[in-house]
Design a protein around this ligand. Structure first.
Ligand code: ATP
Ligand code: MG
Ligand code: MG
Ligand code: MG
Length: 565
């Protein structure tokens, strides 16, 4: 491809609001452009890299026996209501209406759709097991889209679903996907770890997250330097014995010694009896570990907060999480706190929750009863530091070695779902004896566009991107120093044609730009090999430079052909 004609709008300056290295690089190298918050277009170079990731994903999944298909992005609400997720998925689900007023969702994930297909098309054990996948655009109205492609609102995901007759079958399907993921991320050139994850509220048995190691990552990994053990922080903390230091920990947010309160109401269930909203609307609760700690009510904007992290940070016994809508329904916080004698309750509110001060009557000691925080950011940070203290010095349960920490980007997730969806949506199969059983499912996601960002987070220097060969938009950057020079152009053309014939992808910088601009762009774009045709063109000699090692050498055109094969 000739660069003159290609849309590669490189930028000299780093856009100020782009925090993540990958985001800055993608904008500077002209890989993507933002259309709206968390919504991006892929320009030609960005698309090529993305397609290389997709090819790797397809090759490995196909080799593992999975079958590709493609499902709609537009889902009728009835499906999500049938699984119960229309209500519980929350504001992250993008919802819309058609001209007849019928409700739809834009697919955030496809358990409902795939389960419906399998329910209709598979009735007999003879058709099982089967694993189906798609690579498709997903929509999630993330409260805080950020870091470019790392957390988008429209993003590309590979989602796969396995269907088995037995738990053992599911184990095999799961292991097969797990192994495929290891091959996929290795081929993508990622430094990653598969970690045990917390199955949380969904209540599955096994689940692993694949984490690309990077400081910008929003997840924390606990791993053992001496054995294979690796888990995400929530899982690791859940497994560790309670540490004496954490038990006596003060709540961190008020910076004041914790008063000992004895709330009259000590359980979520009990409390829910007093609430003018149904217990179902209490989004999640956490089991009581309480020893007289105050009940904490967390009022939230539409934010995603990890309850386990919160619990550790605050040393709290329980949480109730209310959305802004809940608060509006309640009218005032006093409306339920007052009558039940919870005067000493601490309220931690996301700073996005408006008009709270007025709502909180009877809980009015500023900065003590009512603490305003940017829940997602501050608590995530606090939780990280606090949990580090909790688990620092803890030893690996498998081998006794001291545990280490790392930050990671969740690039993939494998999950044993069980029969949650097959049961709610009626996907049953009949076994050899004609008995009807729910199909046992697993689900497996890869954030394809997030992988692209994660690759960049791990592969760059101060001059620009350093692509892994498997993902690079082009293998070779051929650079003609002076395009007016006929000898240089002729030799460049010869090299371009020979390399292309040999099956290599070549971007030929044939632009009429100053050599300095071309060299800078070549470093920024970061293809594995740069071949410069300059003043020694007359002698058939060109200069090669390897982007990663910085190694430079002169070669004859003949040698290049051999070198590149
Ligand atoms: P996160 O914890 O980062 O919000 P998730 O656990 O909600 O991710 P899953 O539901 O497990 O995500 O989706 C499967 C994969 O899709 C994730 O492992 C991740 O790689 C990718 N993914 C999820 N949300 C986003 C997003 N907003 N932008 C880009 N990729 C995403
Ligand atoms: Mg998420
Ligand atoms: Mg996650
Ligand atoms: Mg996940």
């Amino acid at each position: 491809m000739r660069q003159q004609r290609m849309l590669i709008p490189t930028l000299r300056d780093v856009p100020g609001d782009a925090e993540a290295a990958s985001h800055r690089l993608m904008l500077r190298a002209g890989l993507v452009r933002q259309l709206s918050s968390g919504i991006y277009s892929y320009l030609p170079l960005g698309l090529k890299a993305l397609q290389h990731i997709q090819t790797i994903v397809r090759e490995e999944l196909d080799a593992a026996g999975a079958q590709e298909m493609l499902m709609p992005a537009l889902h009728p609400s009835e499906l999500w209501k049938a699984s119960g997720r229309w209500d519980i998925y929350g504001p992250e689900l993008m919802r819309l209406e058609d001209r007849h007023g019928r409700e739809f969702a834009l697919g955030a994930t496809h358990e409902e759709v795939i389960t419906t297909i399998v329910k209709d098309e598979i009735q007999s054990y003879k058709k099982l097991p089967v694993t189906l996948y798609q690579i498709q655009t997903k929509y999630r109205d993330e409260r805080r889209p950020r870091f470019g492609l790392l957390r988008g609102r429209e993003f590309l995901m590979k989602d796969a679903y396995s269907f088995d007759r037995t738990a053992t079958g599911l184990d095999e399907s799961y292991q097969s996907m797990y192994n495929a993921y290891e091959r996929i991320f290795t081929r993508c050139g990622l430094n990653f770890r598969a970690v045990e994850a917390d199955s949380g509220a969904i209540g599955g048995t096994d689940t692993h997250e694949f984490m690309a190691l990077a400081d910008i990552g929003e997840d924390t990994i606990v791993h053992c330097p001496s054995c294979q053990y690796a888990a995400n922080l929530e899982k690791a903390v859940g497994l560790l014995p309670p540490s004496p230091s954490s038990a006596s920990k003060q709540p961190k947010l008020d910076g004041r010694p914790k008063k000992v309160h004895t709330p009259k109401v000590t359980s979520i269930k009990q409390l829910s009896e007093f609430l003018p909203i149904s217990p179902k609307q209490i989004i999640k609760s956490i089991a009581i570990e309480a020893n007289g700690a105050p009940v904490i009510v967390l009022l939230r904007g539409d934010c995603e907060v990890n309850e386990i992290k919160l619990k550790n940070v605050l040393g709290a016994s329980e949480f109730i999480m209310l959305s802004e809508t809940d608060i509006q329904k309640l009218g005032s916080i006093a409306g339920f706190i007052g009558p039940i004698g919870l005067q000493n309750v601490k309220i931690i509110a996301d700073s996005s929750v408006m008009g709270l001060q007025d709502a909180v009557v009877g809980a009015n000691e500023a900065d003590y009863h009512l603490v305003h925080v940017d829940v997602e950011r501050d608590l995530a940070d606090l939780a990280y530091h606090d949990l580090r203290n909790v688990t620092e010095g803890e030893c690996c349960m498998s081998c006794g070695h001291q545990l280490s920490f790392a930050k990671g980007i969740e690039v993939g997730h494998v999950f044993k779902l069980g029969t949650k969806y097959s049961q709610s949506l009626g996907a049953l199969f009949s076994d050899e004896n004609g008995a009807s059983e729910p199909i046992i499912m697993g689900c497996y996601g890869i954030g394809v566009s997030r992988v692209l960002a994660a690759i960049l987070e791990q592969n760059y220097d101060e001059r620009g991107i350093i692509w892994p060969a498997s993902i690079a938009p082009f293998a070779v950057h051929l650079l003609t120093v002076h395009v007016q020079d006929e000898v240089q152009m002729k030799l460049s053309d010869e090299i371009y044609k020979s390399l292309s014939r040999a099956g290599l992808t070549v971007l030929w910088d044939d632009r009429e730009e100053r050599p300095g601009v071309k060299f800078n762009d070549a470093d920024l774009l970061g293809f594995p090999l740069r071949i410069t045709v300059g003043k020694k063109a007359g002698e058939n000699i060109v200069e090669c430079k390897e982007r990663r090692s910085g190694q430079q050498y002169e070669l004859t055109v003949q040698q290049i052909l051999t070198h590149c094969q």
